[in-house]
Write a protein that binds this ligand. Structure first.
Ligand SMILES: Nc1ncnc2c1ncn2[C@@H]1O[C@H](COP(=O)(O)OP(=O)(O)OP(=O)(O)O)[C@@H](O)[C@H]1O
Length: 235
């Protein structure tokens, strides 16, 4: 029996901006299971980022509940939600958000200094294949390498959950593959449950499950009987 690490119950999200309300999520029931990789696919505006942000405690639903194991995140104070995020969630975004004046090692150390049970920056960078780039500044790294530094930073605190919003969105296919390989290797070796948003349908084949979103709802969920390695995916 699979164990949920995150679970949503009937969550909705309405943004009140200007004259119209935007119904970004219209009732989402979803589990993310321990150790799995899910890919979220859907048209622009279907609610993928909104869902990911709520799962990671960056935002709150308008209605419904979100559970991390048995803990109801929607009942937490803002500071407790921040603590949840800090202790349990790693984020990777399309743009790497590295500090340009710090080396790869120092960018990762920013996180390891405040984490409870971090791995060393060296170990985190080694896990994403950057053992020989630790002293490089972001400007001295390729896009794919910079994204892998961002992944090292996200995993260095040993999060239970890794949430990735279009991590390969700014990268060509070959470079994107190295980033996906790093994510899959982290999932395999550390068991980090991973959710990944992409616009590239081909990437869905690396996942255990694929969540299809349409207009704020999950339209269907697919299980991959056979997963493929990132090197077999191109776009
Ligand atoms: N902060 C916000 N304020 C108002 N509306 C928002 C906000 N964030 C998102 N929306 C709206 O909510 C809907 C869902 O947005 P969301 O970013 O979750 O979609 P998405 O599937 O991730 O899209 P994309 O693939 O383009 O990133 C969209 O209509 C969007 O315009």
């Amino acid at each position: 029996m699979k164990t949920s690490i995150l679970r949503t119950e009937s969550i909705t999200k309405v943004y009140h901006t200007g004259a119209v309300d935007v119904h970004a999520l219209r009732g989402i029931d979803l589990s993310l299971f321990e150790g799995e990789v899910v890919v979220l696919l859907g048209a622009s505006g279907s609610g993928k980022s909104t869902l990911l942000n709520i799962l990671g405690g960056l935002d709150r639903p308008s209605e419904g509940r979100v559970f991390f194991r048995d803990e109801d995140l929607t009942r937490l104070s803002d500071s407790a939600l921040t603590e949840f995020r800090r202790d349990h969630v790693g984020f990777v975004f399309q743009f790497y958000n590295l500090v340009p004046s710090l080396t790869a090692r120092e960018n990762v150390a920013l996180v390891t200094e405040i984490a409870k049970i971090p791995m060393s920056p060296e170990e985190a960078l080694d896990r994403v294949g950057l053992a020989d780039r630790m002293s490089h500044f972001p400007a001295e790294l390729s896009g794919g390498e910079q994204q892998r530094v961002a992944i090292a930073r996200a995993i260095a605190k040993r999060p239970d959950i890794l949430l990735c919003d279009e991590p390969t969105g700014a990268l060509d296919s070959k470079t994107g593959t190295t980033v996906l390989e790093a994510l899959i290797e982290v999932n395999r070796s550390l068991g980090t449950a991973t959710a990944l948003i992409t616009h590239n349908a081909a990437i869905r084949r690396i996942a255990h499950r694929v969540i299809y979103m349409t207009d704020g709802r999950i339209s269907h969920i697919e299980e991959n009987a056979e997963r493929v390695a990132p090197s077999e995916v191109s776009w």
